[in-house]
Design a protein. Structure first.
Length: 188
């Protein structure tokens, strides 16, 4: 959980995520809290945006599921994204390394989703605008190296130039008003 305190040590809010919260930061304008880590329900990475004045509630979970928080404080994020796992990631049981989170001074956010283990980690990089919409999606150079290695091993049966995950991604996006919807974004 993410517990937020004011300067006098009074608790401002408690946010419970079903999965490890690996990184968190405040936006430069002080209006939002951004956190990233694992979503246990989706076995994947997430990015959440909270209202800094009301950083309370839970991650969006299906009612009655094992990841639903029963008895948690009401409330939720303003945005909750769950990132897909690329085919090069399928050989790993679960993402063990946390995603990295960078907040820029103009409000843009960058999340680096690790798809493989190291040393040359295959990664997908998601850029968000200051309105928290998905902007550019791209992959690291080592994504292609990992793909070719898995082609040689017979694990993947298509060349990287025909890789669907190299062309577009379907990202799950949750908002309080719309619930879950899929956002399809080209990989550039
Ligand atoms: Zn592929």
């Amino acid at each position: 959980m993410l517990i937020t305190f004011d300067g006098a040590g009074r608790r401002l809010g408690t946010f419970v995520n079903s999965g490890w919260i690996a990184v968190s930061a405040g936006t430069p304008d002080g209006r939002h809290l951004v956190l990233a880590g694992m979503s246990n329900a989706h076995r994947s990475y997430f990015l959440a945006v909270l209202d800094a004045e009301r950083p309370t509630g839970t991650s969006p979970e299906a009612a009655g599921s094992s990841t639903e928080c029963v008895g948690c404080p009401p409330g939720g994020p303003l945005h909750y994204y769950v990132f897909p796992r690329a085919d090069i990631s399928a050989q790993f049981a679960y993402p063990l390394d946390p995603p990295s989170l960078v907040l820029f001074g103009d409000g843009r956010i960058q999340v680096q989703v690790l798809e493989t283990s190291g040393p040359a980690v295959g990664a997908t990089i998601y850029d968000f605008g200051s309105d928290f919409d998905v902007g550019r999606v791209r992959v690291s150079d080592s994504f292609d190296e990992w793909h070719r290695r898995l082609e040689s091993a017979g694990t993947l049966r298509h060349p990287v130039r025909e890789c669907p995950d190299r062309q577009h991604r379907e990202i799950r996006h949750w908002t309080p008003d719309a619930g879950w919807r899929m956002v399809r974004t080209d990989v550039r």
